[in-house]
Design a protein around this ligand. Structure first.
Ligand SMILES: [Zn+2]
Length: 287
């Protein structure tokens, strides 16, 4: 485990502890959130190394629940996922239609398959062998298993709730920049630690999801990172469904109830407006 003593993005050594958070879904281990005074990046500390991270993913918790309450959360999650899928496709088609698309961290290929059906030439990257195999069957495309291996240039690159899991920010952005076509767009969705539901649930906010989420990105930090790699944030779009799902999980960790979660999700969305919801989508392009 790597104790964080300097910022992994800007190398500043002025890090402030802001919260202690428990791994609620698998190990019950405690982690600290450290915010960099210089750039604002929030780190999970300690961070599991590439070889240690496996044990924090060993669970079916996310999808296969059996009791009613957890089953209900999952049912809602699956309905929301379908609605979200159509919205994702419509956001992308505002920029590029039926062109090349690279989905980084494609999982089982659910989103990539949807885009393939809509006429996009889809490439995918997925490090998990099981998920990559399912994506291969679904897409009839050989997934890349590392980002380094990805070749070519793309009109659209998507990372749906993936970047917060990635250890090396600089290496990742440098590679993404090299893969982006001149008029290409990077669509990056990450949880928003400044959202009203994050402020409300504090250490119980489910989207901290430590230590699987190694960083927690404020808007200013995403803008700085893009800027370092000659990119810029074109626009920020809300993800309103996430506040309900995250509130439900957060209430579960607190021993609260589902009605309270729905109420808090709604309140969070009203307070958040368009640019401060539970998760945000960043549309990033070349300067
Ligand atoms: Zn920093």
């Amino acid at each position: 485990m790597n104790q964080i003593t300097t910022c992994n993005y800007c190398e500043c050594d002025d890090l402030t502890p802001i919260l202690q958070v428990t791994d609620h879904s698998i190990t019950n281990e405690k982690f600290e959130l450290l915010e960099c005074f210089c750039c604002g990046l929030i780190h999970t500390s300690p961070q599991p190394s590439e070889t240690e991270i496996g044990k924090y993913y060993q669970s079916d918790n996310y999808v296969s629940h059996s009791d009613t309450k957890e089953g209900l959360i999952n049912k809602i999650y699956h309905i929301a996922r379908k609605i979200a899928l159509n919205r994702k496709a419509s956001i992308i088609s505002d920029f590029h239609k039926k062109t090349s698309l690279l989905d980084i961290g494609c999982g089982t290929g659910y989103f990539a398959a949807h885009m393939q059906r809509r006429g996009y030439t889809v490439s995918v990257m997925e490090p998990d062998p099981g998920a990559a195999e399912q994506a291969k069957q679904k897409l009839n495309v050989d997934p890349y298993t590392t980002l380094e291996a990805v070749q070519g240039t793309y009109k659209t690159i998507t990372m749906w709730h993936v970047f917060e899991h990635v250890l090396d920010i600089n290496k990742t952005f440098e590679k993404i920049e090299s893969l982006l076509d001149t008029d290409g767009v990077l669509v990056l969705a990450v949880p928003n630690p400044e959202s009203p539901d994050a402020k409300l649930y504090k250490e119980n906010w489910a989207a901290y999801d430590v230590p699987r989420h190694v960083y927690h990105y404020k808007k200013t930090v995403i803008k700085q990172i893009a800027n370092r790699y000659d990119l810029k944030v074109h626009s920020i779009l809300p993800m309103k469904m996430d506040s309900y799902y995250i509130s439900m999980l957060s209430e579960k960790y607190k021993g609260g109830n589902i009605l309270k979660a729905i109420w808090n999700g709604l309140r969070s969305n009203i307070k958040a407006g368009k640019h401060n919801t539970s998760s945000l989508i960043y549309i990033i392009e070349r300067k």
